[in-house]
Every structure is written in structure tokens, then in C-alpha cells.
Design a protein around this ligand. Structure first.
Ligand code: DGY
Length: 355
């Protein structure tokens, strides 16, 4: 699919993306926009080299693609100056290789913060109240009347939510769980000053008045705490949500040993990246601990799940949809287009993970 065929700058998008704002922005700035219409979901390096061709000023790509030395070399040979992932995560991008070939790299933070946090919150609720299991039970025609023990789950109010990775998304999630469900908070981040800290400090007045309000209505105020170690979060929290970036330090951050430190009835949520969790160890843990529950949006070898995971009743699995709201996906497409356009035209790029 080609827009503005006579445009001066050739910009390729490896996928069709929601909305038309991103296309209009590029077209108005003299770009010829080519959108790949290939039906297969995951493009290979060879497919993308063919798309880049001999002349290409910039590419908007996806997290399913392997942007390493080969692709950045091809893009640079074609005169390309910019690449943007249509994602905030960029573990699929070798930023050093991009630097080596003089290609600027962009990502799309900000517009997906609340949407992703909302999915983490949805999975937390769905897991604690066993919504997916109960839905399956109804559809199977098994409901034959109200029973005191039927699908009894946990009350989030007064329980402790543990956030690992207190950046933009982790902070938004923490806020939803504190303010929305009156949970206590414990969080851990590898970095000293986290966004959650800024949120907590910046919002201390409102948390304080909220605490006062709860006290006045005879309820316990919500407490929050930065943990001194990740183990503390694992041991204390009832619901643990993972929000780190994926790099060498966070690969298999949650492994067999760390799973064994969590409460037997804990809930683990992962909307970050699959390899942050050792999925084989997780399947085994779910098997051994039927009251332990998990809500997963991401998987170690996407699009596949490790054997056994799909059979586990105590697991909720969804296909990497945390950012999938219309507003967010259009925003991500627009930011990605602006990243590429900014570099081609010499405007400041909107978002560059190098910066
Ligand atoms: C991202 O942006 O990194 C998400 O995984 C997809 O929205």
C-alpha cells in the first residue's frame, strides 16, 4: 500500500498500523509512505531487507522483528537515517548496531502507560476472583445453583500489592491498585530514584488525605513502602506485578527459587516481557501449587507457550494485548511516525531510548 507516491522521502512501515493520523503527518511532510501488506504476522530479516530496498529514509517496525546488525546495515546502505519501534520496549533492537551505522532509534513511551497498567489491573482482578475459570464453568453448563464455596477467591482490599520495576507503567499500576482497590503497596526497583518514588512524593498529599479519609471512616489507611530487596516483595506481597525492562539483568528474574519465596496463594502478573519469567519453572510451580495464580500477557517464546501452561486452570493467558486500546495504538503509530520524521527532517526526535 503506497501513499503519496511522489513524496521525496521514502518511509516504510513493516505493518499496517491503526488510524490515519500517522500517515497524514508523513504525507504532509513530503514522505512517500509504503505499508507492507504481507499476510504473515512475523517478518523475517530477509523480508525486511526486501522492503528496505535500495532507497529508504526511515522504517517504522514492530517488536516481533529482529533489528540487529544486518538490518541496520541494510537500512544505512539505503540511505536510512531513522528507525522507530512501534513499542515502548526495544529489546528487539540492537541500539549499539544502530549507532554503529548512524541510524537513530525511537520508541513510543507515554501513550501506553495507563492502557498497559489497566490490563495488569484487569488480570489482577480476573485472577483474584477466578473470572476466567468461572466463565468457562458457566459456558460448560456446569452451574446448577449458588453454593457457599463456589469460586471463592481473594479480596484485594487490605492485601498487599508488590510492584517490581517502578517505572512509568509500574507506577500507574500501583496507583490504580492503591486508589482503586485500597491495597497496601510494596515495591522494588533496581534503580535508586524511580518514577513511583516521584509519584509517591508528588502525590503524598493526596495519599495522606486519602489515608485520613480512610481513618475517619474507621478503616485502615493504605501503607506503601520501598522494599530493600526483591525478596522482601516476593515474601510480603499477595499480588506481584512485573514491570521491568528486559535486558541481561532481568532475564529469568523470576525463576524457580524466587517463585518458591512467594506466598502459596500469591498472584503473579506479567505484562512486561516473557523472558523476565522462567516459564518452564512457572508451569511446574503452578502444577505444584494449585492456589498460586498467574495472569500473563507475554511469553518466553512468543507466540508459543511452554508445554503445560495452556492446561493450567490457575493461569490466565492473553496474547500480548496490554497496549491494545484504540487511543493508545493510534498514539503509538503517531509517535513512531514522528520519531522517524523528526530525524529525516532534522527536527528533534520525540523519543529516543539512547537519550
Ligand atoms: C510495548 O510497547 O513494548 C508493548 O509490549 C506493546 O505495546
Amino acid at each position: 500500500e503506497v501513499w503519496n507516491p511522489n513524496g521525496k522521502y521514502r518511509v516504510v512501515s513493516t505493518k499496517s498500523m491503526p488510524g490515519t493520523r500517522w500517515i497524514n503527518l508523513l504525507v504532509q511532510q513530503d514522505c512517500r509512505v509504503e505499508i507492507c501488506t504481507e499476510k504473515k504476522t512475523i517478518l523475517s530479516v530477509e523480508d525486511i531487507i526486501a522492503l528496505i530496498g535500495n532507497k529508504c529514509d526511515g522504517v517504522i517496525g514492530q517488536l516481533t522483528e529482529d533489528w540487529g546488525d544486518t538490518l541496520f546495515s541494510a537500512l544505512s546502505k539505503a540511505g536510512g537515517k531513522a528507525f522507530s519501534n512501534m513499542a515502548v520496549g526495544y529489546n528487539n533492537v540492537d541500539v549499539d548496531a544502530a549507532n554503529k551505522y548512524g541510524v537513530a532509534v525511537g520508541n513510543t513511551p507515554g501513550v501506553l502507560t495507563e492502557t498497559t497498567a489497566e490490563l495488569a489491573a484487569s488480570l489482577s482482578l480476573a485472577a483474584s476472583r477466578r473470572i476466567v475459570e468461572a466463565d468457562g464453568f458457566m459456558r460448560a453448563g456446569l452451574y446448577d445453583g449458588w453454593l457457599p464455596h463456589l469460586f471463592v477467591g481473594n479480596l484485594l482490599k487490605g492485601q498487599t500489592v508488590g510492584v517490581i520495576g517502578a517505572g512509568r507503567i509500574g507506577s500507574a499500576y500501583a496507583r490504580m491498585m492503591i486508589e482503586g482497590f485500597k491495597m497496601n503497596l510494596i515495591y522494588y526497583d533496581l534503580y535508586q530514584a524511580t518514577r513511583l518514588e516521584k509519584f509517591v512524593t508528588g502525590m503524598s498529599d493526596s495519599i495522606f488525605s486519602y489515608g485520613q479519609f480512610l481513618k475517619a471512616s474507621g478503616e485502615e489507611p493504605v501503607t506503601w513502602k520501598r522494599a530493600s530487596s526483591m525478596d522482601e516483595v516476593l515474601q510480603v506481597a499477595d499480588v506481584i506485578s512485573l514491570h521491568p525492562i528486559l535486558d541481561k539483568t532481568t532475564y529469568h528474574l523470576i525463576n524457580k527459587e524466587r517463585l518458591s519465596k512467594m506466598k502459596k496463594e500469591a498472584i503473579l502478573i506479567n505484562c512486561s516481557r516473557g523472558p523476565v519469567v522462567d516459564e518452564e519453572a512457572l508451569v511446574e510451580h503452578l502444577r505444584q501449587n494449585p492456589m498460586f495464580r498467574v495472569g500473563l500477557d507475554v511469553f518466553e517464546d512468543e507466540p508459543y507457550m511452554k508445554p503445560g501452561l495452556a492446561d493450567m486452570k490457575n493461569a490466565i493467558v492473553v496474547p500480548h494485548i496490554a497496549s491494545a486500546s484504540k487511543w493508545t495504538r493510534e498514539g503509538m503509530a503517531t509517535l513512531a511516525a514522528l520519531n522517524v520524521l523528526g530525524k529525516i527532517k532534522g527536527y528533534p526526535t520525540w523519543s529516543n531510548p539512547n537519550a
